[in-house]
Design a protein around this ligand. Structure first.
Ligand SMILES: [Zn+2]
Ligand SMILES: [Zn+2]
Length: 253
């Protein structure tokens, strides 16, 4: 499989996954032009996408969706409440909308939506399962038991490491916004992300640290925190990748 985080963070999110010949995106929160360019850099034609899976309706996850679906008529998948809550909902060609509850099969892979905890109508993460397994989980305030189970056995993971708790508390955000981010429907801290990884029985080989805050985190702090917590647990076999708002980061497994 190939996993490429085209962009990640509060300015826009999109992840490309190719597994068993099926090509898909999780989220399309950057412009269609950028998605086309990044995919082309990977040798992928945007028109060959088999589907786009939306995690939730926030603009940093759906910004490119209207243009993309009108121009290329790619099948979109998400929970029905999410579709209806998207600001671009009425611009999407109706035949592109494929509401799902939890699972869909595309070729030889299955994609499963699972509940996450975020201040959106019905947000989800996705398990992409073929002969290998990839999980995308960002924009969640905490990791429930159900989520932890979904993460088990994935070889590659895109997992949120949004903030450093001290940087957030000492940073410029108003108290109300700090509390939203720290809350049960906010975003994951570097520490919780590391502890989540450490708790797994079947650890991933490769993990993308995703959706980093530009105000309340830095690539260095996120990487150091996650690495040192894992090292304390004696875990040194996970390859960590830093994602970026403006640069594609890609790996194969
Ligand atoms: Zn987001
Ligand atoms: Zn969000």
């Amino acid at each position: 499989m190939q996993v490429a985080v085209l962009a990640s963070g509060s300015k826009g999110n999109a992840t490309f996954i190719e597994m068993e010949g099926v090509k898909l995106l999780v989220d399309a929160g950057i412009s269609t032009r950028r998605i086309k360019q990044e995919l082309s850099n990977l040798g992928v034609d945007i028109a060959d996408l088999d589907g786009i899976f939306i995690t939730h309706e926030h603009i940093d996850h759906v910004k490119g969706l209207a243009t993309l679906s009108k121009k290329y008529r790619i099948a979109l998948y998400s929970r029905p409440e999410t579709f209806r809550a998207m600001s671009c909902y009425r611009e999407i060609p109706i035949e592109c909308l494929n509401p799902i509850k939890d699972r869909v099969t595309l070729g030889r892979i299955s994609v499963r939506a699972f509940d996450i905890s975020h201040d959106a109508v019905n947000p989800v993460g996705y398990v992409i399962q073929g002969s290998s397994r990839c999980v995308v989980a960002t924009d969640t305030g905490y990791i429930s038991k159900g989520m932890q189970a979904m993460l088990e056995g994935a070889q590659v993971m895109v997992l949120e490491a949004n903030h450093d708790v001290d940087m957030l508390k000492m940073g410029p955000y108003p108290r109300s916004l700090q509390l939203r981010i720290l809350g049960r429907q906010g975003h994951l801290s570097n520490e919780i992300t590391a502890q989540t990884l450490a708790k797994l029985k079947n650890r991933p080989k490769k993990v993308f640290l995703a959706h980093l805050s530009e105000q309340n985190n830095s690539p260095e702090v996120a990487m150091d925190t996650v690495k040192s917590i894992l090292a304390q647990e004696g875990i040194e076999d996970i390859e960590l990748f830093m994602t970026s708002p403006n640069q594609c980061v890609s790996t194969t497994y």
